[in-house]
Design a protein around this ligand. Structure first.
Ligand SMILES: Cc1cc2nc3c(=O)[nH]c(=O)nc-3n(C[C@H](O)[C@H](O)[C@H](O)COP(=O)(O)OP(=O)(O)OC[C@H]3O[C@@H](n4cnc5c(N)ncnc54)[C@H](O)[C@@H]3O)c2cc1C
Ligand code: FES
Length: 274
């Protein structure tokens, strides 16, 4: 292992500096870690919750030496983290993986659920570079729409919100306004579509960008243990999501389309449906 990877992979103990409640199921945690504070949008870290587990999380923001992650409570580790308070001890490894490329042309970002977190980080950096920055944000219901207020000033047009139950914005999946935008604007308009969210959404974004001849990059999730390409638990096709990803481009997504949004490896190594 190289000295640089060794240092990145060494667990650093830090304390939760602040906790912000985003909605009933989601909180944002900020802590100091000089190494992860140098991360680029799309990279992730492994967060150690003492005596419980270590889990992969996308980096949502960096500022000075501070790093933020946004976490939805879904199981043991994330629920335990949700009960932790400012000042409590956590551990960090990373940052790991590749990152989104930053396209200077007109770009469209599509975020679903907590997948909006790394796209907010990306939007902050793209806002000063692109001519047109459009955002489609999707969630099941209004309360689960994340970061709408923070995204608004970064975008060149009002972000399009879509909720499945119609409690805010359009009553549809995020991919419906995407289809409309891609059909209206054609491939000359958007140079890149960036996506992060439930994999069923990403699969549909992939199908639509292929149909309209637009390049895309998507951040994928798989079960992760080591985070550094050793254990193989995060394989998709020939790729290790932790090391070759988590961001994959259109060419790579074509190679893994038989698994994209369809199946993944479980912790016992068996293939399970998504
Ligand atoms: C690169 C990457 C970035 C992620 N970014 C975020 C983020 O920004 N915010 C967020 O809320 N969640 C994120 N996740 C998902 C997060 O890691 C899981 O929700 C978390 O590990 C669940 O742990 P748990 O013990 O609470 O739940 P469990 O009860 O263990 O599992 C609940 C579900 O979470 C998934 N999961 C469990 N353990 C892992 C693991 N080690 N790796 C991946 N998935 C797992 C399983 O599919 C399971 O169905 C990311 C995952 C990856 C791979
Ligand atoms: S998490 Fe071990 S190889 Fe990717």
């Amino acid at each position: 292992m190289s000295a640089k990877l060794n240092a990145t992979n060494t667990l650093r103990v830090t304390r939760i500096a602040s906790v912000k409640t985003e909605n009933q199921t989601t909180k944002t945690y900020t802590f100091k870690d000089a190494r992860c504070a140098k991360a680029k949008p799309g990279q992730f870290l492994m967060l150690w919750i003492p005596q419980i587990d270590e889990i992969p999380l996308s980096i949502m923001n960096t500022e000075g030496n501070s790093v933020s992650v946004t976490v939805k409570a879904v199981g043991d580790a994330t629920r335990h983290l949700h009960n932790m308070k400012q000042g409590e001890t956590i551990g960090v490894r990373g940052p790991f993986g590749n990152h989104f490329t930053q396209n200077n042309g007109n770009v469209l970002l599509v975020g679903g659920g907590t997948g909006t977190a790394p796209l907010l980080f990306l939007a902050k950096q793209l806002a000063t570079k692109t001519k047109r920055l459009s955002f489609i944000i999707g969630a099941k219901t209004k309360n689960e729409l994340l970061f709408l207020n923070q995204l608004d000033p970064l975008c060149t047009e009002q972000p399009v919100a879509a909720t499945e139950d119609g409690t805010y914005g359009l009553k549809c999946l995020a991919t419906q306004p995407l289809e409309t935008l891609l059909a209206e604007e054609g491939k000359e308009k958007f140079k890149m579509v960036y996506a992060c969210g439930p994999e069923a959404m990403t699969r549909q974004v992939f199908n639509l960008t292929e149909k309209h001849g637009v390049q895309m990059e998507a951040s994928l999730e798989r079960l992760m243990r080591c985070g550094i390409g050793l254990c193989g638990s995060c394989m998709i096709g020939k790729y290790r999501v932790c090391k070759d990803g988590p961001v994959f481009n259109s060419q790579q997504l074509r190679e893994v389309k038989d698994e994209l949004g369809i199946s993944k490896l479980g912790f016992d190594g068996n293939r399970i449906p998504l």
